[in-house]
Design a protein around this ligand. Sequence first.
Ligand SMILES: [Zn+2]
Length: 119
Amino acid sequence: MLKLLKQLLGNKCPKCGEGKVFKDKSIFLSIGAPKMNTECSVCDYKFMKEPGFFIGAMYVSYGLGVAEGLITYFIASPFFEKSLDLRIIPVIVLVMLLLTFLNIRLSRLIWIYMFRSIK
Ligand SMILES: [Zn+2]
């Protein structure tokens, strides 16, 4: 499980763990539209199973966004006097914007990993 998570975060193919999914060096330092490889350069595993395959990844992305918003809230709230301080909202929005590009990549990786057993 931990190995799988490491593979996922390392932008590696879900089947062989060697080939890269995105052409970017690291999913954490990339901005702009994601450039994906269509299949694994090592084992030929197809990342995009069908047209529109990654539309479902938007749901994953939404879940990630909500989770990150909550985490940001819990980390940032001790720095505010009131527990429901509305000034916390710009902080959350900023963090979520900064994480947008990572989310696009991460959600697609998670999506690919979810379907890795289906041939
Ligand atoms: Zn592979």
